[in-house]
Design a protein around this ligand. Structure first.
Ligand SMILES: [Fe+2]
Length: 722
C-alpha cells in the first residue's frame, strides 16, 4: 500500500462541476492539498522539466489522514432464499483455472453458521456445513484446470449426512462416472445468513476468492448422491443480463443478485460448442462468468474532499498536489470548457480511454536499471508492479493466466502521474501516455497557441457536438482505443469540414466499450490478431458490455487509415529515428507545411526514444482507406532490425498483405489530405513524434512543421480538393 495516494470519480469536469477526491494516507498529520496547472510532466532535465503553475489561490485544503481499504478480486452476491428445514443441495457448473491455489468459495451460504460448496485446499470439490460444530467432506478427486464439472454439496440435517459430488462434463478421454463422498455427524442448528456468495467465501471482507468460470449456481431441495435434478429453490442464470451487473434468479423467490468488481461475462459456458461465436446470438451458450482474484473495478473509498471547478478556470491539464509529511502524490485531471462553448480554436483530445486501458500496466521491465534511471531523472517512484493491491492493466494477465479484459479508473492510477516513466530510455525520458502527452502541451504554450482540452470520456458521452465548433482538433501521442461513439464523432467531424491532426502511432486500433452501469470501466476483447498483450479465447471475441464484435477496428471494417490516412504498420523498441521530407512535400499544394523547414531530415532527436519516428509506426495504404489524393510528405528511415511488421499485415514468412517486402513496411509516414467540405487531415504516424516537439536539437523541423499546420488549420479559409 502506498503511504499516500488517492483517486477521483471522474477524469475531467467543466466549470461548476464537482470532482470527488478519495484519499488514503498512513500518516498522522493532515494531508495538504493544493491545485496546480500542469504544462510539462516530463522530469528529464534534458527537456523543459516538470512545469506546474501553482494555483493555491484558487484551491487549497487540508484533510485528516486516514487509511482506506478495499478487496481485490471479483465475486457475486444475492439474497439467500428461504432455506428448507429438510435436506438441501448447493450446485453449480464450474471451470476452475487454479484449483490448487487453496480454498475457494463456489456457492457459499455461510455466516457464523451455514453451508458451502467450495474448491477445497486439497484441490477437490468440498462440502462444508457449520453449526455449533463443523463437518466437511471432499470428493478426493482433484479438479483439473480448464475442464468443466458439475459440482454439488448436499446436507440432510435429519440424517446428519453431508455429501459432495463432482461430475466431469465432456472430459478429454470420454465420459466418466460422477465421483462423490459423504460423511455423517451432527452440527446443531444452522442460522442461515442473509446472502449467498458466489466465487468467494462469504464474509466482510469476503475470503477464499475463486479463479475460473461458474455457471448456473443453484439451491435445490433434497439431497443427492448423483448430479441433482430436483426442484430449484433458487437458480441464477448468468446468461441473462450479460451487459449488466445483475445476477438474475429464475427461481420462485426472485433472489436477484449482483457482481462485485466486474468479473468477465459473456464467457463461453459448458454448453458452448462453437456453433455460435457471439453471446448475443446464443446467450444460453454463454452462461458462465469468469471470476478472478485479481479483478478490481472500484475501490469504493469514501470521499475526502470535493473540488468544484470554479467558473472562469481555463480549460487545461490540472492536478491536485498532495503532501503529508515526507509523502507526496499528485492526482491529475482535466478541465473542459463550459458546455456549448469553446475558448480556443484548437481542441486537444486527451485519450483517456487509452490511459485507462493501460492503467497500472505492470511492465515486465521494472528492473534495477529502470529504477536507477527513474531516480536519475527525478521520476515518480511508484511502480505498478510493486502494487498488486491496486490491480493491473489490460496489458497484464490475471493470477490464473487469463487476460485482463477490464480496467476502471476508480482506483489509484499509478501510470497517470506527472513524472511517471514507463520505459528505460537513455536517449529520451521513457514516457508514455499522460506524461508523454504533455510534450504537446508544452509545445503549444511555448508557441503561444491557445488550446482547449476535452477527453475521450467527454467525447464518448457527448459525441460530435463536443468538438463540432472547433476549427481544429488534434490528438496526442497514442489514441489507440476507441468506442464506436468516439470514432464516429471524429469521422463526422472530419467529414463536416473539420481540420483533424493525428500526432501519434497505433491510433484508432482497438474497439472498446464502457459498462452501461459502471461507465468508469472499459472492456477490451483481444480477439483474432493485432499486436496484443494476450489472446482472447475462441468464442469470446464479443464484448459483454455492449455485445459488439471486439478486437481490432480493422476487423470491424474500420482501419485507422480510413480516418487518419495512416494506420499501424510496425512495432519496435522505444528507439526514435528521423523522417526524410519527400519531394512531393515541396509541391505548392502542401509546401506551406514546411515553410521555414529547409532541411531534408527532421526529428532526429527528441525526448521520446531520441527521435520523432519510433516505437509504433503508421503508414498510408489506399487499400485500407487512405484517400487517393493523400500526399505522403515525409517517411521515416533508419529503424533497427528489432522492428517487426504488425501481424495483421503478415501472410507468410516472406509475403505481406500489401505484397511489399516486410522490411519496407517498417516505416512511419507523415501525410496530408483535403476533405470535400473544406477540411483537411494531417497525420504523423509515430508514437514518439510529440517527444521531438519540445526540443529536437539543431533546426526545429517537427515543431516548425506542426506550428505551420496548426496555424493554417485554425484559419477558416477552406481547403480545396485537388
Ligand atoms: Fe498501445
Amino acid at each position: 500500500m502506498l503511504a499516500l495516494t488517492g483517486y477521483i470519480d471522474r477524469l475531467s469536469a467543466r466549470p461548476g462541476e464537482d470532482i470527488a477526491f478519495k484519499l488514503s494516507s498512513t500518516g498522522t498529520d493532515p494531508v495538504s492539498v493544493r491545485l496546480v496547472r500542469v504544462v510539462s510532466a516530463d522530469p528529464n532535465p534534458a527537456g523543459p522539466g516538470i512545469i506546474e503553475h501553482d494555483l493555491s489561490e484558487v484551491f487549497t485544503t487540508s484533510v485528516p489522514s486516514r487509511v482506506q481499504t478495499h478487496t481485490v478480486g471479483s465475486w457475486g452476491t444475492a439474497p439467500l432464499p428461504p432455506m428448507p428445514e429438510g435436506p438441501v443441495t448447493l450446485s453449480a457448473t464450474i471451470w476452475p483455472t487454479s484449483p490448487k491455489k487453496g480454498e475457494q468459495g463456489i456457492v457459499c451460504a455461510l455466516g457464523p453458521t451455514g453451508f458451502a460448496l467450495t474448491v477445497g485446499a486439497d484441490g477437490c470439490t468440498n462440502a462444508v456445513v457449520t453449526g455449533e460444530g463443523t463437518l466437511s467432506v471432499s470428493t478426493g478427486a482433484p479438479l483439473s484446470a480448464h475442464n468443466w464439472y458439475r459440482v454439488w454439496a448436499s446436507w440432510d440435517p435429519s440424517a446428519g449426512k453431508l455429501t459432495v459430488g463432482q461430475h466431469a462434463i465432456h472430459p478429454p478421454f470420454g465420459a466418466e462416472p460422477p465421483v462423490g463422498a459423504s460423511t455423517t455427524g451432527t452440527v446443531g442448528a444452522i442460522e442461515w445468513p442473509e446472502v449467498v456468495t458466489f466465487a468467494a467465501r462469504s464474509g466482510a471482507p469476503v475470503s477464499g476468492l475463486y479463479n475460473g468460470k461458474i455457471e448456473a449456481p443453484a439451491i435445490i431441495a433434497g439431497a443427492y448422491d448423483v448430479p441433482p435434478e430436483g426442484e430449484a429453490i433458487a437458480a441464477w442464470d448468468f446468461s441473462r443480463q450479460i451487459s449488466s451487473t445483475m445476477l438474475e434468479d429464475t427461481g420462485p423467490h426472485a433472489c436477484h443478485g449482483s457482481i462485485v468488481n466486474l468479473p468477465a461475462r459473456g464467457m463461453t459456458g459448458s454448453l458452448w460448442a462453437a456453433k455460435e461465436m457471439a453471446w448475443t446470438n446464443a446467450p444460453a451458450d454463454y452462461g458462465a462468468i469468469h471470476f478472478h482474484d485479481t479483478d478490481l473495478s472500484d475501490c469504493g473509498w469514501e470521499t475526502d474532499f470535493t473540488f468544484t471547478v470554479p467558473e472562469g478556470l481555463r480549460s487545461g491539464a490540472y492536478a491536485m498536489r498532495l503532501t503529508c509529511g515526507a509523502e507526496e502524490d499528485s492526482i491529475p485531471f482535466y478541465v473542459v470548457p463550459p458546455r456549448g462553448t469553446r475558448t480556443a480554436d484548437l481542441c486537444v483530445l486527451i485519450p483517456t480511454l487509452t490511459y485507462v486501458v493501460y492503467q497500472n500496466f505492470a511492465r515486465p521491465d521494472f528492473g534495477p536499471a529502470y529504477r536507477e534511471r527513474v531516480a536519475q531523472l527525478g521520476g515518480t517512484p511508484s511502480f505498478p508492479a510493486d502494487h498488486p493491491e491496486y490491480a493491473f492493466s489490460t496489458y497484464n494477465l490475471h493470477s490464473d493466466g487469463s487476460g485482463v479484459c477490464h480496467s476502471s479508473h476508480l482506483r489509484p492510477f499509478l501510470t497517470m502521474r506527472p513524472g511517471h516513466l514507463s520505459y528505460l530510455d537513455y536517449r529520451g525520458s521513457g514516457l508514455r501516455h499522460y506524461s508523454a502527452d504533455t510534450h504537446l502541451l508544452y509545445f503549444l504554450e511555448a508557441e503561444g497557441i491557445e488550446y482547449d482540452i476535452v477527453t475521450d470520456h467527454d467525447l464518448d458521452e457527448e459525441g460530435l457536438a463536443l468538438i463540432a465548433d472547433y476549427p481544429c482538433v488534434t490528438t496526442t501521442s497514442h489514441p489507440e482505443y476507441h468506442t464506436e461513439t468516439t470514432l464516429d464523432a471524429l469521422l463526422e467531424y472530419r467529414n463536416e469540414g473539420g481540420r483533424f491532426i493525428y500526432l501519434g502511432g497505433n491510433g484508432f486500433y482497438w474497439r472498446v466499450a464502457r459498462h452501461p452501469e459502471v461507465p468508469e470501466a472499459i472492456e477490451i476483447r483481444r480477439g483474432e490478431g493485432g499486436i496484443r498483450a494476450w489472446a482472447a479465447e475462441p468464442g469470446e471475441y464479443h464484448n459483454a458490455f455492449d455485445g459488439a464484435y471486439g478486437g481490432l477496428w480493422r476487423r470491424s471494417g474500420r482501419p485507422p487509415q480510413a480516418l487518419a490516412g495512416v494506420g499501424f504498420s510496425s512495432q519496435g523498441p522505444l528507439d526514435g529515428a528521423p523522417y526524410r521530407i519527400l519531394p512531393a512535400a515541396r509541391d505548392p499544394r502542401v509546401s506551406w507545411i514546411f515553410e521555414g523547414v529547409e532541411q531534408e531530415v527532421i526529428g532526429d532527436a527528441g525526448l521520446s526514444g531520441g527521435g520523432a519516428a519510433g516505437f509504433e509506426l503508421d503508414r498510408a495504404d489506399v487499400r485500407l482507406g487512405t484517400p487517393e489524393h493523400t500526399v505522403i510528405l515525409a517517411r521515416s528511415f533508419g529503424h533497427s532490425d528489432a522492428f517487426i511488421v504488425v501481424h495483421e499485415e503478415m501472410l507468410t514468412h516472406l509475403t505481406t498483405v500489401p505484397q511489399e517486402p516486410a522490411h519496407d513496411l517498417v516505416r512511419a509516414e507523415i501525410v496530408f489530405f483535403e476533405t470535400p467540405k473544406g477540411g483537411a487531415v494531417f497525420s504523423t504516424g509515430s508514437i514518439t513524434f510529440c517527444g521531438s516537439l519540445p526540443d529536437e536539437g539543431g533546426e526545429p523541423g517537427t515543431a516548425r512543421m506542426l506550428a505551420n499546420v496548426i496555424r493554417r488549420f485554425i484559419d477558416p479559409a477552406p481547403f480545396a480538393m485537388p
